[in-house]
Design a protein around this ligand. Structure first.
Ligand code: PGA
Length: 254
C-alpha cells in the first residue's frame, strides 16, 4: 500500500503575510490528514519562513528547483544542501516550466536528482509530454526517455527515495486536465518502465498526477490504481482548495 502524497507547487507566488495565512489555513486541518503526506513548495526565499510556520506539524516543505552543484562560483544558484540545511525535505526537479523556459535537459535533471539525493532531500521528479507530442503519439517515448536518463544517472534503487510526478504539459495551468483514464494509462506505463528494472521499486514508488487538479476532479483522479496523490499548482494557493484536494487523497486510504 503506497501512502498518497499531495504537494503544493506555489511557483512564483507569495508574500510573507500571504504565506502565513495560507499555511495557517492548511495546518488547521492537518490532524485529519494523518494517512497521507502533505507538503508545500514555496519560492526559495520563503522556504525558511514556511519551515518555521510548519515546525512541529506533519506539513513538509520543499524547494521548486535546486542546483546540481553543492557550492562554489555559481552565481544565483541554490544548493540542495542549503535546502536541507534550512529544513526542507523535498525538491521538485525537472518541472516542465524548468525544462521549457530554462533549458533543463534530461541529463541536467538527472544530475540535479543525484545532488538532491546526496543532500538527503526527496526529489519529486516531473515527467510529461507536450500537446504536440501527445498528438504525434509520442507520449510514451517522451516519458520513457525522461525516466531513462534518471535511471542511467542514478540507478533504479534511487527511486526508492524519490517521488515521480506525471504532468502532461498541456494540462498545466490550462484548466484542461487529463481524464482519469488518460492519466492512469501513463501512470501504469511509468510503473511498467520501472518494473522492467526492479519490480519491488516499481510497486513502492509513488507517482503523483499534476495538471489542473481541483477539489472537483481530485477524487476521480486519485481513485485510479496507479495515481498516488497530486502535484498541485494553482489550487495550492487557496487553503480551502488545497485542503479539498488533500481530503480527496485521504479518502482513498483505508
Ligand atoms: P496546475 O500546475 O495545478 O496549476 O495546473 C501544476 C504544476 O505545474 O505542478
Amino acid at each position: 500500500m503506497r501512502k498518497p502524497i499531495v504537494v503544493g507547487n506555489w511557483k512564483l507566488n507569495g508574500t510573507e503575510a500571504g504565506n502565513e495565512a495560507l499555511v495557517a489555513g492548511v495546518l488547521s486541518e492537518m490532524s485529519n490528514l494523518a494517512d497521507i503526506d502533505v507538503a508545500v513548495c514555496p519560492p526559495f526565499v520563503y522556504v525558511p519562513q514556511v519551515v518555521g510556520l510548519a515546525k512541529g506539524t506533519a506539513l513538509g516543505v520543499g524547494g521548486q528547483n535546486c542546483s546540481e552543484q553543492s557550492s562554489g562560483a555559481f552565481t544565483g544558484e541554490v544548493a540542495p544542501e542549503m535546502l536541507s540545511d534550512v529544513g526542507a525535505r523535498y525538491v521538485i526537479l525537472g518541472h516542465s516550466e524548468r525544462r521549457a523556459l530554462y533549458g533543463e535537459t534530461d541529463e541536467i535533471v538527472s544530475e540535479k536528482v543525484k545532488a538532491a539525493l546526496h543532500a538527503g532531500l526527496t526529489p519529486i521528479l516531473c515527467v510529461g509530454e507536450t500537446l504536440e507530442e501527445r498528438e504525434a503519439d509520442e507520449t510514451e517515448a517522451v516519458v520513457r526517455q525522461q525516466l531513462a536518463a534518471v535511471i542511467a544517472g542514478n540507478g533504479i534503487k534511487a527511486f526508492e527515495r524519490m517521488v515521480i510526478a506525471y504532468e502532461p504539459v498541456w494540462a498545466i495551468g490550462t484548466g484542461r486536465t487529463a481524464s482519469p483514464e488518460q492519466a492512469q494509462q501513463v501512470h501504469a506505463f511509468i510503473r511498467g518502465q520501472l518494473d522492467s528494472h526492479d519490480a519491488r521499486v516499481a510497486q513502492s514508488v509513488r507517482i503523483q498526477y499534476g495538471g489542473s487538479v481541483k477539489p472537483g476532479n481530485a477524487a476521480e483522479l486519485f481513485g485510479q490504481p496507479d495515481i498516488d496523490g497530486g502535484l498541485i499548482g494553482g489550487a495550492s494557493l487557496k487553503a480551502e482548495d488545497f485542503l479539498g484536494i488533500c481530503r480527496a487523497a485521504a479518502d482513498t486510504v483505508g
